[in-house]
Design a protein around this ligand. Sequence first.
Ligand code: HEC
Length: 300
Amino acid sequence: MLLKIAKSSVVLALAAGSMYANAFNEQAEKDREALIKYFESKFEDAEKNKDKFFANSTDEELTKFTKGVKHNDFALGTYAYNSPAKELYDTNKEAFLPYEDNIAKGEEFYNKSLKGCFPDPTVSNEYPKFDEGKKSVVSLAEAINACITAADPKAKKLGSGDKDMQNVQAFFAAKAMEAGKVVDVKITSKEAAEAYERGKKYYYSQRGYLKLSCATCHVQGTGQRVRNEYMSPLLGATTHFPAYRNSSNALFTLEKRMSGCINDEGQKAPKEDSKDMQELLYFMGYMSNGMKIDGPDLRK
Ligand code: HEC
């Protein structure tokens, strides 16, 4: 089934060529608009679109797909189109939010260690950022670590496995959401546009013995199942992290969630602080531009 998806002819533009003519984000904007169009038309009416997009799905499962899913709705991941799963999600959210304590602990950590570097705690929507001095992409996690090591050069960098990192990201997400922020990743130089293109290339490159790319599953594959799980869209993939996974009873940063996903496919995930990971996050973040921050959130 996966190979069938991989071979499917629906491929989004991996455009090359002269792209820096006027604005540095010109190509990225074209990609983002194309992606919105692709997902909105795919999920306009899944039953009607069976031949075009869902040839491997049963009629029965397509009857349960939400119709007329719009741009901002995709922030919900699979719940944007899978109506039975969405019902369960709504019930769970009404009953109990398991990450409230994480947000409170994150706020304590922020007040103690990060306030000097982030006087405004509502700016996580602007990450990843391109550092024009260093000419490299800086994820939110890296910016947090830069703050910690600036205060104490001997301090250890925090990774996704560290509670302080999970908690403070939960606090930042909650603050940005409260302030009504939307994802706002910027591309303001030729080098930034090149970093974006490398992230995009990673996302669309086939890897491993199954020859899968992220896009195989999260663009062409969205709406189809693998290991009995429906696959979420690239559009809105970064809006709701860190996400609390009920299956693990823990908060997952975006890096950790992605690494898990890549490892599940028998591939080696790039290190959290590697250039590959930063640029991959940069591309994914840009694709979610304009969408509301909606984190932390619940996932299976
Ligand atoms: C073989 C298919 C497959 C491939 C390839 C794949 N994923 Fe996934 N991914 C899944 C499945 C299944 C899930 C769990 C259901 C879902 O999408 O939320 C998932 C979940 C995720 C999530 C969490 C979504 C959420 O809202 O909680 C992210 C982020 C993600 N993948 C990113 C990636 C990236 C980046 C790549 C490429 C480096 C990748 N995935 C490659 C199948 C895949």
